[in-house]
Write a protein that binds this ligand. Structure first.
Ligand code: PLP
Length: 420
């Protein structure tokens, strides 16, 4: 079993906590940059390759800025994500707008920014046309239906998923979009989330490359881009084998050479819009043990709760925990590590073997850099924490302050109650 080693020490956290009390999320700039470079190198064989970071995973302009410096664009799914992208100077064809059930006004904003627009459904063609016209380049999202299998079994069930169009709808969409003036096309598909296998992307690439050849033959459309979207996962558990991005890139290259090049489509640009792979391992939620409780089970109460990290409560997701300063102590105590919400699923770990925890100990909850802070909410009047950046030079910068009660109350007008 490989160890998960935090990128902060007890001493550093004690120092940070003097200025920024727990709980907080902290991100490791150096590791984010190194990983982004590995991804870029893995797809360097494709001249038009670009990663559009899925903003929803970690919507923070400082993170977007780091990734921009590493050559990434953004994948946005809402008005505010488009606005955040614009604020950090990521505009035009550096934005992929991959929305679904799109509210009025968002295509207009995406179009004003010059973003690539990715349509989730055939009916979105008329919606887009009426709202702001059909751009020269349009993406359509594909859903093959059925179940999706790789060598080690069924991965997911696209037939049950709300996203994307059937193949015949894709054919109709490309024909109609050409009639309406579109000149260049992209194909997008996201079939399985958090895949911990090197087979998913190469297999998806094969599916989409074959579809591209067929669509070109049947509709005459110029397919210029293929977006493999998100889905490359990370090993949340210490016994899982992490993906090898170089092997994944090579697998996609092989499929490209075998399918697209012989079809005269060797100029297609491959895009990705990864979130979890880009950020998850490079974020920690740091929390402090504030209570212990001994009833039918042994509980450790921490100062973070599911409002700071929803995944364990929502999906029963495993997040590894390190007790800082006790990295080498025996894991001979079985705990439920719980937050303060009035919900019994507000637990970061259940029956987890950990070193003996005392009040005041700092706990690192691992792999919270993506879909962590971002899924936060205010149930029980809980406030969102700060986000910090461990900079490459070792300094710590606050990149989002913690919410205050004033933030929580900001959308009420209390004047009718107290201001009389
Ligand atoms: C359209 C789209 N693209 C990309 C992503 C990023 O996925 P992941 O974080 O699994 O890479 C998501 C995640 O929900 C998504 O919905």
């Amino acid at each position: 079993m490989s160890e998960k080693i935090p990128f902060v020490t007890k001493e550093l956290v004690e120092e940070i906590a003097k200025t920024y009390p727990t709980p907080f999320h902290i991100y490791d700039e150096r590791a984010i940059r190194e990983n982004a470079r590995r991804l870029k190198a893995a797809f360097a064989w494709n001249a038009g390759y670009k990663e559009f970071f899925a903003v929803k995973a970690t919507p923070n302009p400082y993170i977007l800025q780091i990734l921009k410096e590493e050559g990434c664009g953004t994948d946005c799914s809402s008005m505010t994500e488009l606005m955040m992208s614009e604020a950090v100077g990521i505009t035009g064809e550096d934005i992929m707008f991959s929305s679904n059930d799109t509210p009025e006004g968002e295509f207009t904003k995406a179009s004003q920014l010059g973003a690539y627009i990715n349509l989730d459904d055939y009916t979105m063609i008329d919606f887009l046309k009426e709202e702001c016209g059909i751009p020269e380049t349009v993406f359509c999202r594909y859903n093959p239906g059925g179940v999706y299998e790789v060598s080690n079994g069924i991965m997911d069930n696209p037939g049950d998923s709300k996203y994307g169009m059937t193949k015949e709808q894709m054919v109709d969409a490309y024909r109609r979009l050409q009639k309406l003036g579109a000149k260049k096309f992209g194909i997008h598909s996201f079939l399985v989330s958090n895949t911990v296998t090197n087979d998913y992307y190469p297999m998806l690439a094969r599916t989409l490359f074959e579809l591209a050849v067929e669509l070109k033959e049947r509709t005459g459309a110029h397919i210029a881009y293929i977006n493999l979207s998100g889905g490359i996962g990370i090993p949340y558990r210490p016994d899982q084998q992490e993906n090898d991005i170089a092997l994944i890139g090579e697998g996609v290259r092989k499929a490209f050479e075998e399918i697209l090049v012989p079809a005269g489509m060797g100029d297609v640009a491959v895009f990705t819009e990864l979130g979890r792979f880009m950020l998850a391992p490079y974020g920690h939620l740091v929390t402090r043990a504030i209570h212990e409780k001994h009833t039918y089970k042994e509980y450790i109460g921490v100062d973070a709760c599911a409002a700071n990290l929803m995944r364990p409560a929502m999906y029963g997701a495993y997040h590894h925990i390190t007790v800082l300063g006790k990295e080498n102590a025996p894991c001979d105590h079985k705990y439920d590590v719980a937050g303060a919400l009035c919900e019994n699923n507000d637990k970061f770990a259940i029956d987890r073997m950990l070193p003996e925890i005392e009040r005041g100990d700092y706990l690192v909850i691992h792999d919270t850099g993506a879909h962590g802070f971002a899924m936060g909410y205010n149930y029980n009047g809980k406030l969102r924490s700060a986000e910090l950046l461990l900079c490459e030079d070792g300094s710590v910068k606050q990149i989002r302050r913690a919410e205050t009660p004033e933030d929580y109350f900001a959308t009420f007008d209390f004047s009718g109650f107290f201001g009389r």
